[in-house]
Design a protein around this ligand. Structure first.
Ligand SMILES: *Cc1c(COP(=O)(O)O)cnc(C)c1O
Length: 423
């Protein structure tokens, strides 16, 4: 459920008409709903309340790294799953306790490993023996111990888009699950390597619309857990990653957090560990929309092109993954039209939808792309020198700009024409 609903013929975010935000802040603009974020955070937490031990929840910062979002989730008791030094800095800046931060990612640099150690984060999810050795040696030389888990690749097909599938044997992530035992032996015996290798981690992909691949991955993790313990290793933490899908189309059904929670409780029964979760999309996806204005409607071969002022640089998912976002008028007249929805960028890929039945729209009308709270603003670029899109958070009848629009001029200010081109 979300708080973007039609009232008196107009789309509102909570108690704020979207047209007011468009008039004051301009378009395109991402609009988040505080109440929706909080609701999703609580529903997900509640779904895991039946576990044997209280779980550790780490919001996947890459899905929406806005500082206001991180602050809100930290107040809901969430930690952070970060995948870069930049995300680590944001999580700390938003006030997330370092012990609640998990550092994931296949290519952490030495500087990033050091930044995590320096901040005393709760856990590094290492993705290779090589990374573990490097981290352990830095920790040893600093006279500290690095808490970590080994990310394994369970070789299951997540059944999601290839570009967001991460748990197949040929993906770059984690270590092959059948080599995990040997890597545990290596890392726990390595000299001058101060690791507390306390857990195992998995994350098989994003936007999963079926629980069975997750269930298969967790079962494999369960047998690895038993094998590792039989070999004398102490495992206190198991990180089950993120990946739960959300509905992008009206009427689409995805597994609910409650169903996910029941499956997790069933599979992990008797594991005697602290379970960790890294939800991103399921928290943020439906808590945001991208508000846009129609520039003009242009005749097409079959259907008209509705050209909006948002583009693939603001919302990349359709261009990157062929993803579907529902598109609705802010003041629907009840009339419908068939149309192609496109942005102004000089790329055919800047197409949000072809041959789509939508609310009838004309030049100057406002519309939204729904389910844009995750992997939306965070993937924005300034391609075509369009600047960076602004972000707003609504709270009841109030709203605040939580990210300024960065104008093309500000980006050009960071560029220089070198002397050798001036003479
Ligand atoms: C992206 C990512 C997540 C979040 O995935 P969602 O599908 O948004 O829940 C969690 N963990 C890791 C390691 C990731 O890379």
């Amino acid at each position: 459920m979300d708080h973007f609903q039609i009232r008196n013929g107009e789309l509102y975010a909570e108690n704020v008409p979207l047209s007011r935000i468009a008039d004051k802040v301009g378009t395109p603009v991402y609009v988040y709903s505080r109440a929706t974020f909080e609701r999703h955070a609580r529903v997900f937490k509640e779904a895991l309340s039946g576990l044997e031990k209280p779980p550790h929840l780490a919001f996947a910062v890459k899905s929406n790294p806005n500082l206001a979002v991180l602050k809100l989730l930290s107040r809901e008791g969430y930690g952070a799953d970060v995948v870069s030094g930049g995300e680590l800095a944001r999580a700390l800046q938003a006030g997330m306790p370092a012990r609640d931060i998990v550092f994931s990612g296949v290519g952490k640099t030495r500087e990033e490993l050091q930044a995590g150690l320096e901040a005393k984060i709760g856990q590094f999810n290492i993705e290779s023996a090589e990374e573990g050795l490097e981290l352990g040696r830095i920790a040893q030389s600093w006279d500290v111990v690095a808490p970590c888990a080994l990310r394994v690749n369970p070789d299951v097909d997540a059944g999601t888009h290839d570009k967001i599938s991460t748990g197949k044997a040929d993906n770059k992530f984690g270590v092959p699950i059948n080599r995990a035992g040997e890597i545990f032996d290596t890392l726990t015996k390595a000299p001058d390597c101060a690791l507390n290798l306390r857990g195992i981690a998995v994350h098989i992909g994003s936007q999963l619309s079926d629980l069975s691949p997750l269930e298969r991955a967790f079962e494999k993790l369960g047998s690895l857990l038993r094998d590792l313990r039989a070999a004398g290793h102490t495992i206190t933490h198991v990180d089950l990653g993120g990946g739960l899908g959300v509905p992008y189309r009206k009427g689409e059904v995805t597994p609910s957090p409650a169903e996910y929670g029941e499956m997790v409780a069933r599979i992990t029964k008797g594991w005697d560990v602290t379970l960790m979760f890294e939800p991103g999309r399921v928290i943020a996806g439906n808590a945001g929309v991208l508000l846009t204005r129609v520039i003009r409607v242009k005749k097409g071969l079959n259907h008209p092109f509705v050209i909006v002022d948002a583009a693939m640089n603001d919302l990349a998912r359709p261009a990157l993954y062929g993803a579907w976002h529902d598109f609705d008028a802010v003041r629907p007249s009840g009339e419908r039209m068939m149309a192609n929805i496109v942005g102004p960028i000089c790329e055919t890929g800047d197409t949000f939808a072809m041959d789509r039945e939508i609310d009838a729209l004309a030049s100057g009308d406002l519309a939204v792309f729904r389910t844009a709270g995750a992997y939306g603003a965070t993937m924005a670029s300034s391609y075509n020198s369009r600047g960076f899109v602004a972000e707003v958070m609504v709270d009841g009848s109030d709203y605040a700009v939580v990210a300024d629009r960065i104008l093309p001029g500000a980006i050009a200010d960071a560029e220089r024409v070198p002397d050798f081109l001036l003479s």
